[in-house]
Structures are given as structure tokens and as C-alpha cells.
Design a protein around this ligand. Structure first.
Ligand code: HEM
Length: 372
């Protein structure tokens, strides 16, 4: 499988065509780590990521080249697997700028904890973090190998706070890809920002660095772990499921008519129901840019399933990941979704916000603009 270039103006794994699998990790710096530890960690992570994204081992000695008398540098489970379109994307949480690392003056104004929203049931164990790494690949073992080895490299400097495995993409960023489905069975990603829409990306995703120069070519990442109440949903009539989303389940067309990629028309009246064809409480009406001052998101989430609870119900949902030029885009849309009919069937249980710096120059390291 092809390798995705690691270096560039923007970090890979954002506008990159969405891969099949995700492993995401949030880290906290250890209590003894100082500014130099952070700078060195980012440099070490960058070197390892640049190697792994080309399908190589984490270091030149790798899994078996370091001789029999020390633990191997690379854990080895990705030997013989190609790059599989691996991308490794780094982000910085608000807490990284709290003064421990002399970075308070480098905090982007908008990098502050998200406000709380109606229906939030957030748990600490799925929320926050000083740093994050998103690893996406078309082979799950390649993504897991990347996070596992980056965690080892961090030993003594940063430790894992929480992780999330995602087994199936729920979005598309390329019209060449078919639209996948989420666990409610609906196509997800139809009205997304696509990787070839350079003007949309410039308008809605990439930051220009006018606030903090190290954020030029960067973006903000909102991660939300959203539990889906699958068993309740599965007892809802098809007609009502479609009214809750505002699209038909078969092909994903808006209920106002047309086909999957037709624009929803919120003024069309349903002859059957007498009201609007796309109900006032439908997810796509409330999430639509027209309702949110033009705010849009590049959604790049994944499905997760983590066994069953004591009642035998699935612990499953959507690990929602969205990139935007400002966290305000997410905040505006999520506030609008307070009236969403979907809220009866979902619970937000984890939340994190990260500033994602611009791309890495060859020879440089991720976020090196923080230290200049
Ligand atoms: C659209 C499902 C949570 C923002 C959609 C669509 C579906 C869907 C099926 C229509 C297809 C598409 O355009 O992708 C879900 C489910 C969720 C969820 C099952 C929770 C488990 C969220 C959240 C946000 C969001 C938390 C942001 C705060 C959007 C946006 C659109 C959309 C912006 C496109 C609207 C448009 O322009 O037409 N979602 N969604 N969704 N969703 Fe969600």
C-alpha cells in the first residue's frame, strides 16, 4: 500500500484520503518533564514518525538489527507490512501552555477548554490531554504499532492518558471514495469538506498563523467520544430514523429529494406529514452551514465497538474527529445540535481539543516553531 508523504505545508492525516483504521492516543507530560524534555520528545517523535510512515522501522537498528543483548528499538509487529497509507498527526492540548514549559505566551487565544454542552456526560478517563497523536492506516496493526512505539519513545517524558481504537472510517474526504456508514446504518460524510476543495480547506480548515506563527498551516482538532444507544435505535421505525437524520437510509439523499449529493432544500414541504420534508429537529438541518453562520467542519471520525455492558448491550459509538480553522466552528454547530432529535440515542462521554501545528519541513520537527 502506498506511503503518504510525511513532510509538507500541512500535517498529513487531515486532508489525506481517509484510511480504514485509527488508533488515537492522548498523552500527559510526566510531572518531572521540563521544556527541554518536551522539545526533545517532539524531535524524537518526528524522526520515528517520518520513518514509520514510509514503512520503515522506528530506528535504523529496528526490530532485529540491534544485537541479541538489548531489547529491540522497534517492537516488530509491523515488519513485512508496508506503509499502508500510515499518517501520524500531532496536536497540543490547552494544558501544554499552562506555564510548565515556558509556553504560556505561545498559546493560541482560541486554545481553551471547550464549554460544556447540553447532554454532555463527559468522563475524565476519555477526555483532555497535553498532547495527542492520531495514527491512521489501512491496516490496524500498522496504526497500533505506530502508537505503541511512539509511547515507548515517550517513556519518562510523557505517558498515555487515554487511547481510542477505531475500526472503520465513518467519513470520506474524497469523492473518489464511496461514503461509508456509521453504526446507525446511515451514510456519513456526504456533506464533508473534501481534500480537493482547496478553497474550502483554506476557508474552513487551515489556520494562517496570524495569532501564533507556529500555527501557520495548522488547524484545530476536536475529539468527542460519542456512545450510541444502538439497541434503542434499532427499535425505531425506518421512517422515524430517516426523519431524525433528515436523509434517507438507502442512498443518503436529503428528504427534500434528489440523490446523495443533492443539496438539502429546507423549504420543501412533505405532502404526507404536512410539515417540512426535513423536520426542524433533523440532524442535517441543525448541523447545516445555513443554520450556523456558514460554519463547516472536516469530519474524519471512526466507528468503535468495545464489547458489551452488564446488560449485554453494545458499548459502541462514534469517535468523532473534526478539524477546523477555529474551535468556534465546532462550538457553534454543537450548540445548534442541542435541539437535535438524535440526542435521545447518543451520549457524548469524552472530549478533547488540540491545536494541530502546521506541517513539518524536512530536517525540522513538529511544533519546532514553539521554541524559536
Ligand atoms: C451530517 C450522523 C454527530 C456534524 C451527518 C449525517 C449523518 C450524521 C448520517 C448525514 C451525512 C453527511 O453529510 O455526513 C451523525 C451521528 C452522530 C453525529 C450518528 C453521533 C453519533 C455529529 C456532531 C457534529 C456533527 C457531534 C458536530 C458538532 C455534522 C455536520 C454534518 C453532519 C456538520 C453535515 C451537515 C450538512 O452540511 O448537510 N451526521 N452525526 N455530527 N453532521 Fe453528524
Amino acid at each position: 500500500d502506498l506511503a503518504v508523504p510525511f513532510h509538507g505545508k500541512h500535517q498529513a492525516g487531515i486532508a489525506t484520503t481517509v484510511q480504514q483504521h485509527l488508533y488515537f492516543a492522548s498523552f500527559d507530560m510526566t510531572s518531572t518533564a521540563d521544556r527541554e524534555d518536551l522539545r526533545a520528545l517532539l524531535a524524537d517523535w518526528t524522526d520515528a514518525a517520518a520513518r514509520m510512515t514510509t514503512g520503515r522501522e522506528v530506528s535504523p537498528e529496528g526490530a532485529v538489527g540491534g544485537g541479541p543483548y538489548k531489547p529491540p528499538d522497534d517492537t516488530g509487529e509491523a515488519l513485512d507490512l508496508a506503509a499502508n497509507a500510515l499518517t501520524i498527526t500531532f496536536g497540543f492540548g490547552p494544558t501544554l501552555f499552562d506555564g510548565r514549559f515556558g509556553l504560556a505566551g505561545r498559546r493560541p487565544k482560541e486554545l481553551v477548554e471547550l464549554p460544556s454542552f447540553a447532554f454532555d456526560l463527559l468522563e475524565d478517563r476519555f477526555s483532555g490531554g497535553d498532547l495527542c497523536i492520531q495514527a491512521c492506516a489501512n491496516d490496524p496493526q500498522v496504526a497500533v504499532h505506530a502508537i505503541r512505539n511512539l509511547s515507548r519513545i515517550a517513556f519518562g517524558r510523557a505517558q498515555v492518558r487515554w487511547t481510542q481504537l477505531g475500526y472503520g472510517r465513518t467519513s470520506t474526504t474524497s469523492k473518489a471514495q464511496s461514503t461509508p456508514r456509521n453504526l446507525f446504518g446511515f451514510k456519513d460524510g456526504t456533506a464533508n469538506i473534501f481534500s480537493d476543495d482547496t478553497s474550502d480547506l483554506a476557508a474552513s480548515v487551515w489556520t494562517d498563523g496570524s495569532d501564533q506563527s507556529w500555527m501557520a498551516g495548522g488547524t484545530y482538532l476536536v475529539a468527542r467520544k460519542i456512545q450510541m444507544l444502538i439497541e434503542s435505535w434499532d427499535r425505531v421505525r425506518l421512517e422515524e430514523q430517516e426523519a431524525i437524520i433528515g436523509r434517507d437510509k438507502g442512498q443518503g439523499a436529503p428528504l427534500s429529494g434528489g440523490t446523495e449529493f443533492s443539496e438539502p432544500d429546507f423549504d420543501v414541504v412533505s405532502t404526507k406529514a404536512g410539515g417540512p420534508a426535513i423536520p426542524e429537529t433533523a440532524h442535517v438541518r441543525l448541523a447545516h452551514p445555513d443554520r450556523n453562520g456558514g460554519a463547516r467542519l472536516l469530519r474524519r471520525g471512526y466507528n468503535y465497538v468495545e464489547g458489551n455492558n452488564d446488560l449485554g448491550q453494545l458499548n459502541a459509538g462514534l469517535f468523532f474527529l473534526a478539524f477546523s480553522r477555529s474551535p468556534l466552528q465546532f462550538i457553534t454547530i454543537q450548540r445548534s445540535l442541542a435541539g437535535d432529535a438524535l440526542n435521545e440515542y447518543i451520549r457524548h462521554i469524552g472530549s478533547a481539543l488540540f491545536a494541530v501545528p502546521g506541517g513539518v519541513r524536512p530536517g525540522g520537527s513538529v511544533g519546532d516553531g514553539l521554541f524559536t
